[in-house]
Design a protein around this ligand. Structure first.
Ligand code: AMP
Length: 226
């Protein structure tokens, strides 16, 4: 199969990390990641268990701050729909409620960030990192995180909410069996992820009305955009 070449440096386009060997630094080179100036564009990781209300809060943040919302779950579901070669293996992993290899997730994230880096006012990275090593890889390959918002809710609340939405979500992984596995995956990794960023972590009690939660979110984000 013919290899696609990067226009400026004429090297084969590297779809995976690490970056372009020549570091041609052209935005046309898929392998090159333009540095994101995080003093102007914040990178916010939005964490919380499945059903913690991350998606709802992200919608409100986008409406108020105009940030670019990237959910790794959505990126992966889009990849599955695309019918690509790796889609089949992704489906199986996601149906088991396990974590997809980070090489794939980070690749998809990097591509999405790169495509929007110029016009974006800031990035909301929803559902990433889910493992300590994912956080390290993101900061090494993309940019340092500005702040981490963690929506905290008990396992009982998360289970109830997920079962409640299962009937209408249309998601293959919103069934009782996979919900249990997704929660277990989350609980196994979450504390380690959070413990890594004591200074940047902001915990929010997510077992309250949406607007009360959003008021707290704003108190975290307003200083970042001031
Ligand atoms: P979500 O929509 O966030 O509930 O994610 C759905 C599924 O996508 C998860 O159960 C995982 O299989 C996969 N997934 C989402 N985000 C990640 C991630 N950061 N790392 C690995 N797998 C992920």
């Amino acid at each position: 199969m013919e290899k696609k070449l990067c226009e400026p440096c004429k090297e084969p386009i590297v779809d995976k990390l690490p970056p372009c060997p020549l570091m041609c630094k052209s935005p046309k080179c898929k392998a090159y990641m333009a540095p994101i100036d995080t003093s102007k564009k914040s990178i916010v990781w939005v964490l919380g268990g499945p059903g913690s209300g991350k998606g709802t809060q992200c919608d409100k943040i986008v409406a108020k701050y105009g940030f670019t919302h990237l959910s790794t779950g959505d990126l992966l579901r889009a990849e599955v729909k695309s019918g690509s070669e790796r889609a089949k293996c992704l489906t199986a992993i996601m149906e088991r409620g396990e974590l997809v290899p980070n090489e794939i997730v980070l690749d998809l994230l990097k591509e999405a960030i790169l495509a929007r880096a110029e016009e974006s006012k800031g990035f909301l990275i929803d559902g990433y990192p889910r493992e300590k090593s994912q956080g390290i890889a993101f900061e090494e390959n993309i940019a340092p995180v500005s702040v981490i918002i963690y929506f905290e809710a008990s396992s009982e609340t998360l289970t109830q909410r997920l079962l409640g939405r299962a009937a209408s979500s249309g998601r293959a992984d919103d069934n009782e069996e996979t919900i249990k596995l997704r929660l277990k995956t989350f609980l196994d990794n979450n504390d380690l992820v959070l413990a890594q960023y004591p200074d940047k972590l902001r915990r929010i009690n997510a077992e309250r009305p949406v607007d009360e939660i959003f008021a707290e979110v704003q108190s975290i984000l307003d200083p970042l955009v001031a």
